[in-house]
Design a protein around this ligand. Structure first.
Ligand code: C2E
Ligand code: MG
Ligand code: MG
Length: 738
């Protein structure tokens, strides 16, 4: 159990750890995504700036070339067209210009490719004629309308360097710039383009969704409403000559970085834009995320496995707990808890709750061993289950106690069932070869008005009473039995305080000499005066105390009280007479009783003549220990009276016991005075006792007739209401004093 709890704990810790780790992985992948995004934008920036820088350098190099050529060769270029062409051709080849040429002051042109044209109306021509170096934006080639070109123009000065004689120009295909851009950007998914500050494409890439369109900002605006902010940002930054990045929806999500191209003499501001689809980020993320996902998946799988394990272990332990709670460990069948639950479900079925107990089952254990005993219990359980009908129950309570619910409708049919069970038990003893198993049954008819616990309790109590019966093995529940039990319990509980508070009073019933009719003795009889003043007769508590052993305490108490009182009266100068106290058979189980009584006697310094002991005849029943104790009392000097002779199972043999001095004839015998047979019986008993040398007292003498008869029979002493009822101590004291 403890191990299971440990495992549960471990699994729980594992699950929590896994969940935390999964959380960490998810967070980690988020931060990776952010990092990659930043890195991507950073790469875009680098590419864009690198491109811009390269363009700047290239164009500036071309400008320098043109300026240098103009300075060095201007004179020859203007002077002779043929010579000029020859001089310019190598430059065209080396620098991959589309063409080079010279425009005279009137705008007429000669070029390396012999094209005829006039640039007089061209703005760049006019500006260069005024001494400016100009680089045009991408313009349509007037020679080849399909092509875009850029033109660099530079003035050709006269020898004195004051007048501009013409313009040297170089034309390069815009595609040339395109070659500067790395076409392999992000495995061909990314691209760069060149635009002016209005957003017009100067150079566009084939991969661009805006290829063939004129203006990137217009294209973005048309592509998605969501691009408004991005367009605004680009417009604003480009107006101010700033670089920046943005995120747009341009045939799918894309990142854009834009940066200005700064070179001298341009007719307008240029920007390099570098674009990459978000997919690139996703594919880059993919490999990292793949691992992170794998890790998360593994963690999740471990969590799921651990969780399932936890649930299985938890369920199992719950099942086991349930088993422990409802299944009897020995028989593996229902225990009382299960019985209660099932009884609850049978609320609508009246029937009988039967509590069955095997009397002295320990004999089986002691003679055949506990293992065999367990086997017998299992067999009983099996047999009882077999004997059940539908909607009937059986459960083992403990030891060899079982409780059943039998769905019978009347006592007679129920008793038949009980008989079946009884027979079943008999066969078990035979089959398993163990001492006879005697089952006792407490029966409680239930209509389910009471709780199941109460019903079982009633049946169990009835079972206890069944064990006290000698005729039958069963007993139906009787509320009075229970009340008596309760009453006895209360009496038992009150006994100790009763002794402490001196609630037990000694009353004295005088005994009179049959001839002299003077009081020559008395019997001490106990009364229990409760705190509320009510007086309880010994008949109501002595039998109970005899059963539970408390009687020895009470007898000793009475003995001491009498000794004390006798001594007190004696000390007061009264003429005391012997008082006999009753000793119960149950008190005679204590071996030190004689010694204890002698100590009390010595304590009060009372002459042993003044205290006598009454022992009932039943105490004599062949018990050697008791007989030897009685002998000890006699040896110690006590006078012994055989009480209640003639009551119940009298044995004449008892008369022959040498220990007794006096015989007390029971009231039962005295009551028969008046009928012939009774009187004859008394006559012979008295004659026999006298012949054995016994002194004779008659008890329960109520009438004059009885008294006269006993007098005639030479009975020595008379005790009975005829002379006196038992008297409280004070009254008896008065009697002594008179
Ligand atoms: P017991 O020792 O045989 O006492 C005589 C009983 O007969 C007393 O009943 C007494 O009151 C009653 N009795 C005497 N004369 C008559 C009569 O003329 N008519 C009727 N109807 N009854 C008479 P009690 O006091 O109720 O005591 C009952 C029994 O309780 C005693 O029977 C004795 O066995 C027992 N007992 C009383 N006190 C003690 C005690 O201190 N210790 C023990 N162990 N037993 C005691
Ligand atoms: Mg007596
Ligand atoms: Mg008696």
């Amino acid at each position: 159990m403890r191990k299971k709890r440990y495992v549960l704990g471990m699994v729980l810790v594992l699950i929590i750890t896994m969940l935390v780790l999964t959380g960490v992985v998810i967070r980690f992948s988020k931060s990776i995504r952010n990092d990659l995004q930043t890195e991507l934008v950073e790469t875009l920036r680098n590419v864009a700036e690198q491109n811009a820088y390269t363009i700047e350098r290239e164009i500036e190099a071309m400008q320098d070339l043109l300026i240098g050529t103009s300075l060095e060769l201007g004179e020859y270029l203007i002077a002779d067209e043929e010579t000029g062409r020859e001089l310019l051709m190598p430059l065209v080849e080396v620098h991959q210009f589309k063409r080079m040429g010279v425009a005279y002051a009137d705008g007429t042109v000669y070029s390396t490719d012999n094209e005829q044209m006039n640039l007089a109306s061209h703005d760049n021509f006019r500006r260069s004629m005024k001494g400016e170096v100009v680089v045009t934006s991408a313009i349509t080639d007037i020679v080849d309308n399909d092509d875009k070109i850029n033109v660099i123009t530079t003035p050709i000065y006269s020898e004195n360097q004051e007048d501009v004689q013409g313009v040297l120009f170089a034309v390069y295909s815009t595609e040339y710039v395109q070659n500067i851009f790395d076409s392999d950007l992000f495995d061909g998914q990314g691209y760069s383009a060149l635009i002016n500050s209005n957003g017009d494409y100067i150079v566009n890439a084939k991969q661009s969704p805006g290829y063939g369109k004129k203006n990137v900002l217009t294209a973005l605006t048309q592509a998605s409403e969501a691009n408004q902010d991005a367009v605004k940002l680009m417009r604003k930054n480009m107006r101010l000559g700033l670089s920046g990045s943005t995120y747009v929806d341009y045939a799918g999500a894309r990142y854009i970085y834009f940066t200005p191209v700064a070179f001298q003499n341009s007719t307008e501001s240029w920007y390099v834009i570098t674009v990459v689809p978000e997919l690139v980020l996703a594919s880059r993320l993919d490999s990292v995320m793949h691992h992170a996902d794998m890790l998360a998946m593994i963690l999740l799988a471990v969590t799921v496995v651990a969780g399932s394990l936890y649930i299985i272990v938890y369920r199992n332990s719950k099942k086991q707990l349930k088993r422990l709670a409802y299944v009897d460990a020995l028989t593996q069948r229902d225990n009382v808890e299960a019985f209660k639950v099932k009884m609850h479900r049978l609320r609508d079925c009246p029937g009988y709750v039967v509590y069955m107990d095997i009397k002295d089952f320990k004999i089986v254990n002691n003679t055949c061993g506990v293992t065999k005993g367990d086997q017998v219990i299992c067999e009983i359980s099996e047999k009882l289950s077999q004997l059940l009908n539908e909607k009937e129950l059986v459960a083992r309570v403990n030891g060899a106690d079982f409780v059943l619910f039998l769905k019978e409708t009347n006592d007679a049919s129920l008793l038949l069932r009980v008989e079946d069970i009884e027979n079943g038990m008999k066969t078990i003893s035979e089959e398993l070869n163990v001492p006879r198993i005697a089952a006792y049954f407490g029966i409680y008819p239930t209509s389910h008005q009471e709780t199941v616990e109460e019903a079982i309790g009633h049946a169990k109590r009835a079972n206890q009473f069944a064990k006290q019966r000698s005729d039958k093995l069963y007993r139906f529940y009787n509320a009075k039995d229970y009340e008596d039990l309760q009453k006895n319990k209360q009496i038992e509980d009150a006994f100790e305080t009763g002794i402490q508070n001196h609630e037990f009073e000694i009353w004295y019933q005088p005994k009179y000499g049959a001839n002299a009719q003077s009081m020559d003795g008395a019997e001490a009889l106990v009364r229990w005066r409760k705190a509320d003043g009510t007086v309880v007769s010994p008949g109501d508590f002595i039998p109970l105390f005899e059963k539970n052993g408390m009687i020895s305490i009470l007898d000793e108490y009475v003995f001491e009280e009498v000794c004390k009182q006798q001594k007190r009266w004696q000390d007061e100068g009264m003429k005391i007479v012997p008082v006999s106290v009753n000793i119960s058979r149950a008190s005679l189980y204590y071996l030190d009783i004689v010694e204890r009584y002698m100590n009390i006697l010595n304590k009060y310094q009372l002459d042993i003549r003044y205290i006598q002991l009454e022992i009932t005849e039943s105490a004599m029943e062949d018990n050697e220990q008791i007989q030897s104790l009685i002998q000890c009392f006699r040896v110690a000097g006590f006078k012994l009276l055989l009480d209640d002779f003639g009551n119940g199972y009298s044995s004449l043999a008892t008369l022959n016991m040498a220990q007794f001095d006096e015989l007390k004839l029971d009231k039962g015998l005295i009551d028969h005075i008046g009928d012939d047979r009774g009187e004859k019986l008394l006559y012979f008993i008295i004659a026999l006792a006298r012949s054995l040398g016994l002194y004779i007292t008659a008890e329960g003498v109520e009438t004059k007739e009885q008294f006269r008869f006993l007098q005639k029979m030479k009975c020595n002493t008379i005790q009975g209401y005829y002379f006196s009822k038992p008297l409280p101590e004070v009254n008896y004291g008065d009697l002594l004093a008179s």
